[in-house]
Design a protein. Structure first.
Length: 374
């Protein structure tokens, strides 16, 4: 092992008290802590202490060790785990050298940083590469997937939805099709890995010797991503064809905002309360309004339509949508126009609710728009 390999020291509290968090959350907390701590390396060394900020104070020492072991099993050998600080310091010359560096940085009381049960990770060369790969996976969105990759994700999401629609059970079974490029074994595995990374799928398992896959979804996150796929990438003419009617929104009923004299888009503040309701404020009027009242109801299902989903996407992106893929641009342009018409109808404002498109591959909304919890 190279003498330049860094160490991570983890001081854990509440050694014997186990948390009530599920295994998936424990692994994510430890992954997040490792990624954040890596950027603080000094002299080939990195110290990770459980804090309220990194949320590791929620876990007992044995839970952190278990999560580290699970991460290692899934990714190959990334580190060696040493839990006995005294044995580590006395084991050979290399730890003693690192102890000298610690003393130079923290002074003679540096040993007070650690408590019984300290975890020492002896990092392998590939740990840094794993960190970079994890950061890349987390940065990936539907917008910057290639057309081929997005097609695989859409096919898998569609297969899951077809099962869930009939059963309303978050645990479903889908299949893979050998001759189909978007539904073969590799396509399903890659798209399911993407959905796990986006916390849409909780877990999945290919059945041995068959073409079936057991999948468990997070229902809320699944529908959020499905709506995003439909709003951004399903051609509007295909949706209209399936509906058998015009995409034009029905006439919105009279409301408190449509009667405000001289109302402009800049007067409005809109925030999503949940998936079906928004809180709207304009001048001295504030109301919570649902999607159907605003004209965003899909008349086939009586659920929010894709224009509502598009409005939620704008809200989650601070009132702006841009894109990396040109095929999304045409769909966004068409749906944005329908969304614009529905908003004009509801608020009775003649002006376009979007700033003029300037060629910067983005649309920006004129009123204050926020997502849930913002």
């Amino acid at each position: 092992m190279s003498p330049d390999l860094p160490r991570i020291f983890a001081r854990t509290e509440n050694q014997s008290r186990k948390s009530t968090l599920d295994d998936r959350t424990k692994i994510k907390l430890v992954c997040d802590a490792l990624l954040n701590a890596q950027t603080d390396a000094f002299a080939g060394m990195l110290i990770l202490q459980p804090t309220e900020e990194n949320k590791l104070t929620q876990l007992a020492s044995q839970e952190i060790v278990w999560a580290l072991q699970t991460i290692q099993k899934s990714n190959g050998e990334l580190f060696l785990i040493e839990q006995d600080l005294s044995a580590w310091l006395e084991g050979n010359a290399k730890p003693r050298t690192q102890a000298k560096v610690l003393e130079e940085r923290f002074g003679p009381k540096w040993r007070g940083l650690f408590e019984k049960g300290t975890i020492v990770l002896m990092l392998k060369d590939r740990f840094s590469n794993w960190c970079e790969a994890e950061r890349y996976k987390r940065s990936m969105t539907l917008a910057n997937l290639s057309t081929i990759s997005r097609g695989k994700v859409l096919a898998t999401v569609t297969a899951i939805y077809e099962r869930f629609e009939l059963s309303a059970d978050p645990k479903v079974t889908i299949t893979w099709s050998p001759p189909n490029a978007t539904e073969n074994y590799e396509a399903r595995k890659l798209s399911l890995d993407f959905l796990v990374n986006k916390e849409v799928v909780r877990e999945y398992k290919f059945q041995a010797g068959g073409i079936h896959i057991n999948v468990e979804i997070d229902v809320k996150e699944f529908f959020r991503l499905r709506d995003e796929l439909l709003a951004l990438y399903l051609p509007l003419d295909k949706e209209t064809e399936a509906a058998g009617s015009s995409p034009a929104a029905p006439t919105a009923p009279k409301n408190a905002f449509s009667s405000i004299e001289g109302l402009q888009w800049q007067d409005l503040k809109v925030q999503f309360v949940d998936g079906h309701n928004v809180r709207i404020s304009a001048k001295d009027v504030t109301e919570v309004v649902n999607y159907a009242h605003m004209g965003f109801e899909d008349l086939r299902t009586h659920l929010p339509n894709t224009q509502w989903s598009l409005l939620r996407i704008f809200a989650s992106n601070k009132g702006q949508i841009d894109w990396e893929n040109s095929d999304a641009a045409d769909n966004v342009r068409k749906r944005k126009q329908v969304l614009s018409n529905t908003l004009r109808e509801y608020f009775q404002i003649d002006d376009d609710p979007f700033y003029p498109y300037s060629g910067g591959r983005a649309y920006r909304i004129k009123f204050a728009l926020k997502g849930e919890g913002d």
